[in-house]
Design a protein around this ligand. Structure first.
Ligand SMILES: *[C@@H]1O[C@H](CO)[C@@H](O)[C@H](O)[C@H]1NC(C)=O
Ligand SMILES: *[C@@H]1O[C@H](CO)[C@@H](O)[C@H](O)[C@H]1NC(C)=O
Length: 235
C-alpha cells in the first residue's frame, strides 16, 4: 500500500481526533497488551528464517519511532554503512489508537522532509503540550556499535543478533533516495557495556537503503529512514 502525504495528513487528523477523546494521553501509554505480531518476525522471502521472539522474562518497555538517516560511504565501489543518526519519538499512544496508525506515522515520517515531518510531530506536541521525544540513536565511532540513549536514562549498546529483509510492501524511502527499506533487525547488548535494556527490534522499516550496484560517489551519503524500535527489558 502506498501512503501519500494526503493519506498521512488524513491519518494525522484522524489520530488527533482520537487522541482528543475524553481523558487523552499522548505519551507513556500502557504497552501491556501489545505483542509483536508473529509474521513481523518472519523473513518474507524464506519462512524458515525468523528473528527470535523476546524471551519469556523480557517485558516490552517502549515502542519508539526512529526518524533520521542511515549514512554510507563508498569504499572500493561498495556502499558501506557509516553510522546512522535518529531521533526517537514515543509511539506508545499511537499504538493505543491502532497499530495501523503507528505504521502510517512511521511511513509518513520518511516521506516528509525533515521540517515537514517535525511539523507533523510539532503539531501534536503543540496541540497537547506533550513531550514525544524519547531519546536518540547513533553509532559509536567504529560504526558497528549502535547506541540508544533514552530520556529516562535507560541505555543500550549493542550489535546485530538477527537480520531479515524488510516486510513486504515496506516504504522504499523518500525520492530520490527510494532505494528500499533497511532490513528488520534484532539487536542484542554488547557484553560489559552497561546496557540497561536487553533487546531492541528494528521493525516496520521505511527507506534507508543505499543506491544499488557499484558506487562511485565521494564523501558520505545520508539516506532518510524511519523505523519502529521495540525495546525490551529483562525482568
Ligand atoms: C532459508 O533459511 C534457512 C534458515 O536460515 C536456511 O537454512 C535456508 O538455506 C534458507 N533457504 C534459502 C532458499 O535461502
Ligand atoms: C550521519 O548523517 C547525519 C545527518 O543526517 C549527521 O548528522 C551525522 O553526523 C552522520 N553520522 C556519522 C557517523 O557520520
Amino acid at each position: 500500500m502506498r501512503f501519500t502525504l494526503a493519506t498521512v495528513a488524513t491519518a494525522l487528523i484522524g489520530a488527533v481526533a482520537v487522541l482528543a477523546a475524553p481523558a487523552p494521553k499522548y505519551t507513556g501509554c500502557s504497552l501491556s497488551s501489545i505483542q509483536i505480531p508473529k509474521e513481523v518476525l518472519v523473513d518474507p522471502t524464506n519462512s524458515s528464517n525468523i528473528l527470535a521472539a523476546p524471551a519469556a522474562n523480557e517485558k516490552l518497555f517502549k515502542i519508539v519511532l526512529g526518524y533520521g538517516s542511515q549514512n554510507y560511504s563508498c569504499v572500493n565501489g561498495v556502499a558501506t554503512p557509516n553510522g546512522a543518526v535518529a531521533t526517537l519519538y514515543d509511539l506508545s499512544c499511537a499504538f493505543a489508537v491502532s497499530p495501523e496508525w503507528a505504521d502510517v506515522l512511521t511511513r509518513g515520517a520518511v516521506q516528509m522532509d525533515p521540517t515537514a515531518q517535525l511539523a507533523g510531530i510539532q503539531m501534536l506536541k503543540n496541540m497537547f503540550n506533550a513531550q514525544f521525544i524519547a531519546g536518540v540513536h547513533y553509532f559509536k565511532g567504529d560504526f558497528a556499535t549502535p547506541l540508544f540513549e533514552f530520556t529516562d536514562k535507560a541505555k543500550f549498546i549493542g550489535g546485530v543478533g538477527g537480520k531479515i529483509p524488510a516486510l513486504l510492501g515496506s516504504d522504499t524511502g523518500k525520492r530520490p533516495d527510494n532505494y528500499g527499506a533497511v532490513p528488520s533487525l534484532k539487536l542484542v547488548p554488547k557484553q560489559g557495556m552497561g546496557s540497561t535494556v536487553s533487546t531492541i527490534y528494528r521493525l516496520h522499516t521505511a527507506g534507508g537503503s543505499p543506491p544499488p550496484g557499484t558506487c562511485n560517489w565521494q564523501g558520505q551519503k545520508q539516506i532518510p529512514y524511519a523505523a519502529q524500535y521495540w525495546v525490551y527489558k529483562s525482568t
